[in-house]
Write a protein that binds this ligand. Structure first.
Ligand SMILES: Cc1ncc(C[n+]2csc(CCOP(=O)(O)OP(=O)(O)O)c2C)c(N)n1
Ligand code: SF4
Ligand SMILES: [Mg+2]
Length: 283
């Protein structure tokens, strides 16, 4: 596809890594939505996936490990006109960033979260991540992973997230369509994107995912929360892709008058005399 402004940079990712097609899909989704690079912010934490802000021509920020959500939410609060997108890994999002993941759902800041879920810690060479299945053997865990994996889709739905979806890096067209819906959604949107790590995950390969994933059909109703819970629990031999749950909800901005109405917070003027009189009450 012609590059219209989101640019192509040389990456440090392995050839064949699913991160490449997620990055390409992100650029296509932004182009198709007519977004202008200077009005988009892409945020990552630490990890292979979290390098995404360095490879796309938008505003960008890389936080500490597990800390992509706080700066992303803060930027949206400061400037509601920005399209704020988090692109980061399964470890960064659900492990080190698990606390932020849960509490941002409660807050419902209007940000989009694309998790490159390769079911492994890629950058640090193959430790189990929160989504690694039990028994998964790698060089650094020769006896196999022993902890119960986290189900991020089920967690998000149970916490009250209003947009929860799953996609696969091997089906870019479908991924682009899900990304566009997630970006357009008002409130927190999560897309868990299955992604092979060809160097350190020898179990969940491109072929492994390809054999198991299937798309939800047009008869599936994403507004039915109980059905969504059932779908969220489907994993193993068949793995559903698509919008698993969707509901319109009040966003963080909707709940706070001065954020909702008027200019973006960063442009609002402060009345120093009011601050002074407030401070005087303490003297
Ligand atoms: C506080 C802290 N703990 C641990 C690390 C080491 N570390 C860097 S990246 C990473 C794992 C990243 O995994 P994931 O988020 O799944 O991204 P991937 O590399 O798989 O894309 C870890 C443990 C760190 N940088 N900071
Ligand atoms: S180590 Fe894995 S996640 Fe990292 S770039 Fe290589 S294939 Fe991708
Ligand atoms: Mg990972």
């Amino acid at each position: 596809m012609e590059d219209k402004g989101f640019c192509t940079y040389e990456t440090a990712w392995c050839p064949g890594c699913g991160d490449h097609s997620i990055l390409e899909a992100l650029k296509e989704a932004l182009e198709q939505l007519g977004k202008e690079p200077y009005k988009v912010l892409v945020v990552g934490g630490i990890g292979q996936a979290a390098k995404t802000p360095q490879y796309i021509n938008t505003n960008g920020f890389c936080g500490l490990h597990g800390r992509a959500i706080p700066p992303a939410a803060a930027a949206k609060i400061a400037n509601k006109e920005l399209t704020v997108i988090i692109d980061t890994g399964d470890g960064d999002s659900y492990g080190e960033g698990g606390n932020h993941f849960i509490h941002n759902i409660r807050r419902n800041a209007d940000i989009t979260h694309f998790v490159h879920d390769n079911q492994i810690y890629g950058l640090t060479k193959g430790q189990a991540s929160p989504t690694t299945d039990i028994g998964h053997v790698t060089d650094v865990q020769p006896a196999g992973a022993i902890n119960t994996p986290m189900n991020p889709i089920l967690t998000a739905i149970s916490m009250g997230a209003g947009f929860v979806a799953r996609a696969f890096s091997g089906d870019k067209e479908h991924l682009v369509s899900i990304m566009k819906e997630a970006i357009n959604y008002k409130g927190y949107s999560l897309v868990d994107i299955l992604q092979p790590c060809i160097s350190f995950n020898k179990v969940n390969t491109f072929q492994w995912y390809s054999k198991r994933v299937y798309k939800l059909d047009s008869g599936y109703d994403p507004a039915n929360r109980l059905k969504a819970v059932e779908k969220a629990m489907e994993w193993g031999n068949s793995i559903p892709l698509g919008i698993i749950y969707k509901e319109e909800k009040e966003t963080f901005h909707d709940k706070i008058g001065f954020l909702k109405n008027g200019a973006p917070l960063m442009e609002q003027k402060h009345d120093l005399s009011k601050i002074k009189s407030f401070m005087n009450d303490f003297i």
